[in-house]
Ligand binder design. Sequence first.
Ligand code: HSE
Length: 431
Amino acid sequence: MIKVALLGCGTVGSGVIKLLADNKHVIARRAGHEVQVTKIMESDPEKVRALGLDDGIIAASIDEILNDDDCQIVIELIGGIEPAKTYIIEAMKKGKNVVTANKDLIASHGKELFEAAEENSVDFNFEASVGGGIPIIFPLKLSLAGNRIQEVIGILNGTTNYILTKMSGEKEPYEKVLQEAQQLGYAESDPTSDVEGYDAARKIAILASIAFNSRVSFEDVYVEGITRITPLDIKYGQELGFVIKLLAITKEEEDKIQVRVHPAFIPRTHPLAVVGGVYNAVFVRGDAVQDLMFYGRGAGQMPTASAVVGDIMEIVRDIEKNNTGRISCTCYLNKEIAAISKLKAKYYVRLLAKDRPGVLAGIAGVFGNHEVSLATVLQKDSNQGYAQLVLITDLVEESDLRSALKVLSEMDIVGAVENVIRLEGVSGHES
Ligand code: HSE
């Protein structure tokens, strides 16, 4: 029997206990040993009692777990940076294998953790840190290891995907949909991390590090959230055949890594366009495998527990074969991060401009002077002497577009630059 200690018995921790109990026999057959949680570190004993376990399983301190030589696996589900980081590193020093769902920790302190795992020849598995129940870490590290990965594009945040899906279907403004999502429990009372894109940024930092074998941290990710998206932009995008998504994107170009999270218009025929509601998906393109997509529940008790239990079982197999520490850190390169200003993409731009002869020519001239070529120009609703102008650019460099928009925003024919949204997945030409 393999003994396991659980740090944190909240929603996911309770799910892990339930899954290990419900599927006990099949898990034992598949992994080669029975898996038993013998110690739980949890400050609220009610959470442990609610699972039908008695208080004897609650560890008095982390040392009780660290000093238990029979315990071979520690599952860290406390979240946050400290004390989780110290507990994980101390557990590794004691020769214990670790499973975590802690994206914040890996996205900011991955290097330290992988070094500790390597020094102590222990397994360090973190499948649940990205995409909840969706298997993506092990597929990138193992099944797809023979490919040069060209891009990974994810819908990695269920809250924002729910909000954008609702805004698209019901044409309601962001604030109203956010409120509804909070009432239904789909959005946190403080939604900042989700709606500003930070949660997705942590996840794409982890995926980028694996895909391109070079450490990418949360701080490296360019981030824009969804708070400025309006029903009007969604409507105009739909008329042009686009769907709005908060995308987490990483690509390798000219030996640099692009890593960014922002709202993007994708063609309604793109595989990610149909990923609605709280669902997550990860689209991967590799040179051999070509296009792949992983789809599923990116959060929730049992989907996340599914990933944690899979990680535990991998460790049990490695323990059995005396083979822990088999997959060490995959970041053996040190690549530069590409600046967002150098991005070459197509853009949707919405301007409020004076509705009178010659205005369009003036605006087109400014774009032309900044190397920004336009593919589509549409004049939409007109109101009180101003018209909504919707422009789609050709492939342009972001810094050129920003310079043009700066000049335009200071011209008296332009009321305001209302929104700028990048296009993604358009004819495969964007970088
Ligand atoms: N808050 C995340 C989401 C789930 O909305 O998808 C946890 O990473």
